[in-house]
Ligand binder design. Structure first.
Ligand code: PLP
Length: 328
């Protein structure tokens, strides 16, 4: 993630909108030592024609976040709709006129030593200007990692649990140092799981194929959006089924999906070109549909976006505060 952190950004912390420099946690915070937090990643897309910022599927993201917080027994005492409203207000207060990444984080906030968690929870939301996560216009070169995807019975990959991202960090660090753009991870059964920060789709014999959630993948919102767009708008057959490593070498097209990297074509895997090594037609079409949907240009998918731009000439808003018991 290449985003700069401006200390004057307004963030949501301890139930208030405050400048980033005032949002601080203590050195003994449980989540800092033991990884006991759950985060989300949401994007808001600036549509220059409409002069509007569109937040993409916030309620779906927050519903997933709350469900996954439940895995760690972290309580977010607001509904997904309420946290969405807070986020829209946060974006408005920052008066962004560019695309933005939103990072909600809920964590175990007790300040003490000892791994067994208690019931002290906190959450915060940061939003910051954000461009391309990876330069993928010409297609990526990905490499299968020697690190294996974490197992559901060790740390559930379906949740964005902070500590679990050591797995992604090890794999992506290795991949970048070996000259790849991104790492692909196999699970302990040796089948393809996903990228370090993204889901994976392959095109084979006219069908769009992605590993099922039981292969230890994060159930991506972009993944779900792509499946719906491909089926409905492109009339493609979409299949969730296991994928073997060598199938990646012979497939027709390959692409990665995720909030941060959008839909990124893959043109080489482990030094082998995907077909001719150029971006395929299904990938191009899906990418275009997704770009149109996220920018609010597709009427049928307007329900996926929530306007979050600051009205022009608007007077400074009154502070809004949501009580947040136990926030630390
Ligand atoms: C490991 C992993 N897989 C998949 C994804 C894609 O999920 P989404 O499309 O909801 O952003 C992410 C996103 O951060 C991720 O970290």
């Amino acid at each position: 993630m290449q985003a700069e952190c401006d200390p004057n950004l307004i963030v949501y912390f301890n139930g208030e909108y405050v400048p980033m420099r005032e949002a601080r946690v203590g050195i003994l915070t449980h989540a800092l030592h033991y990884g006991t937090g759950v985060f989300e990643g949401i994007r808001a897309y600036w549509n220059a024609t409409e002069e509007q910022l569109f937040l993409f599927r916030p309620v779906e993201h927050y519903a997933r976040w709350k469900r996954n917080c439940g895995i760690l027994r972290i309580n977010v005492p607001l509904t997904a709709e309420e946290v969405s409203e807070i986020t829209v207000e946060l974006l408005r207060r920052n008066r962004f006129r560019t695309s933005v990444y939103v990072r909600p984080l809920a964590w175990k906030c007790a300040e003490r030593v000892g791994v067994c968690p208690d019931d002290l929870d906190a959450f915060a939301i940061v939003a910051l200007p954000f461009g391309d996560y990876l330069p993928s216009d010409k297609g990526l070169h990905v490499g299968v990692s020697s690190w294996r995807r974490i197992e559901d019975n060790a740390i559930p990959a379906r949740a964005k649990i902070c500590g679990a991202y050591v797995n992604s960090a090890l794999a992506s660090d290795d991949a970048r140092r070996s000259g790849f753009d991104e790492a692909l991870l196999l699970n302990e059964s040796g089948r393809v799981a996903e990228g370090a920060t993204c889901n994976l789709f392959m095109v084979r014999n006219g069908a769009l194929v992605t590993p099922p959630a039981t292969e230890n993948v994060l159930e991506g919102i972009t993944r779900a959006s792509v499946m719906e767009l491909a089926e409905r708008e492109l009339g493609l057959r979409v299949m969730e089924r296991p994928i073997g490593r060598s199938e990646l070498y012979i497939c027709d097209e390959l692409f990665l999906t995720g909030t941060a990297l959008g839909i990124s074509p893959v043109v080489r895997v482990d030094h082998r070109p995907v077909q001719e090594g150029s971006i395929g037609a299904v990938t191009r079409q899906t990418r275009q549909l997704y770009a149109d949907a996220t920018q609010g240009r597709l009427r049928a998918y307007r329900k996926w976006v929530v306007p979050a731009g600051a009205p022009q000439q608007e007077p400074a808003p009154e502070p809004v505060s949501f009580a947040e018991p136990g926030a630390g």
